[in-house]
Write a protein that binds this ligand. Sequence first.
Ligand code: MN
Length: 702
Amino acid sequence: MLRQYELVEKVKGYDPDADEALLNRAYVFSMKAHGSQKRASGDPYFSHPIEVAGILTDLRLDDETIATAILHDTVEDTVATPEEVERSFGPSVARLVDGVTKLSKIEAQTENERAAENLRKFLLAMSDDIRVLLVKLADRLHNMRTLHHIKNPDKRRRIARETMEIYAPLAERIGMYEFMKEMQTLAFRELEPDAFESISRRLAQLHEEGDDLIGRIGVGLKLFLADNGVAAEVQGREKHPYSIWKKMAERHVSFEQLSDVMAFRVVVDAPDDCYRALSRIHQRWPMVPGRFKDFISTPKRNGYRSIHTTVLYDASHRIEVQIRTRAMHAEAEHGLAAHWAYKNGRRDSPAAEDRAWVRDLVEILEHAESPEELLEHTRLAMYQDRIFAFSPKGELIQLPKGATPVDFAYAVHTALGDTAVGAKVNGRVAPLRTLLENGDQVEILTSGAQEPQSAWLNFVVTGKARAAIRRFERAKERGELLALGRKLLDEITSRLPAPLGPDGVRQALQRLHLDREEALLEALARGRIDDRRAMEALMPGSTGPGEGRAAPRQRDAVSIKGLTPGVAYRLCDCCHPVPGDRIVGVRRDSAGGEQGIVVHAITCDRLSDGADCDWIDLAWGEGAQGGVARVAVTLRNEPGALALIAGIIAGHGANINNLQLVHRDREFHASQLDVEVTDVAQLMRILAALRATEAVSKAERA
Ligand code: MN
């Protein structure tokens, strides 16, 4: 365990201005608070926060972060209070400690209990201070290093899984690759002990074949190239066991077949040198077929340039060799984001770039309706690998893999997503569901008349897009229900025996114990209040048999014009009513989760099933949109008969949506066609034309 003065000296070593007194106070405070608590290892508990602080000094973090690390478990695990921490260490450290404590609390809950509220507060705290996350990751790393002390295997596995699924990806996201690798290695050892053991054993065998095999091959390559007139820097590395295992799983190969257990990077001055080095290496060692790639003559879409090859080194080792110039190397290391920042003369810290996803989360949190919805979005936002796409102005947008132009549009601005009608990807018009790739330039085409489409939910992958579309849908559904409720209320009012007074609706609301008129409209649309109850509320006694009252008038037809199919009403799928048919509506059972009205033709068989339902007389209204009618046709079995009737239907300006063969024998076949028509008159003309055709023996509505 680091001693007090060692820790302080480490911080002073990279930051001479660090607040020494703050660190000393934190050390003593934490030691006293944790007192005689013990870790599973038997070590004093206090050793844990000090080790966590030590990990963070390796990253050269500031004094407040180090103090936070020392204090990070005091509020959660001891009698210390947030107030004490604030009094002793100031508001800034107190806020950081609070952030780490909140995340620890969320962690302690089972997955489904993780309260959205806690997560929200934590993320809000974190979004303006990424240091909370750094402390949490160091905390998790140290807990992984000491995981083997925990006796309960289920608990060990749970912690390892969580590390693999949540913390390692988080570390990767903010560029802490060393953290990521170590977490993956430790979690892998716990989750797949046999695979870990076997891969480690083989790596050890490689080591046994000589001390520092990687070092020797590296020096061998460098000397060989120098002898052949190519000055090069050579770096060698060994893949860590988890990444080897992942490669084996992805490529379905064995350890022996895996060629890049050892990988070498040859860095030279000029592009010419790359090809000279390549040709010398291929002349000296046999290349492994199928593994050679020239990303210098054909760069990857994200701009990555390098030559990759695999050779059989000294007849016994397959080694991967990447050859590139210094400039190409710098670009590959810092990625597209750095390249872009450099190009634009900007140098945002990587942490700031990556904080964008935290901001996305905060936005989702503020608009999500339920904790489940929230967790779904956060998982999506956190776990997916990212791609980079550009706006026409060169702005870089980070998106998860699998993102589409709709995700891109919502990532830029909610209004851009809401009005998107199409996209140009790299200058060519592309559908909104196109999968974007790294480096794509995306221009969103918009129209003021467009609104978010439910169908987009089938392909968007960002939580932000999903939340925006759902939000819009909910608002729209509500609007539709209110419009339907308004029509129903007007119709009910018109049936009252006397005109409704100016206060009538307000009084009805009181009688129904509703607070707003909207609530009444919604209840009518959802069928929670039936006509009789509504009439009684509006005008008590109006539905009774009482004498002297005007008998309630025959109800007027409610027009469905202006309402949206799907939300306010649905056309029956057995009788297929089309404009011109006489129709009635049956309220759907609101308990079944469905809303609005099912529209049936008055002749529909299904109407007799629910004779006691609440029927509403409906009218199509002027200029109603067409519908799909189902037509049964019996044809003589002769060549070209089907084509003939398809021609007749098309000739009347109608479309065949679906065709199904119902029955077929030697002489006849019976088919069922779904035909899109504007109204019943058009349908009748089509049926008459069909019947007039010699090949048709029967044509009628199904
Ligand atoms: Mn801890």
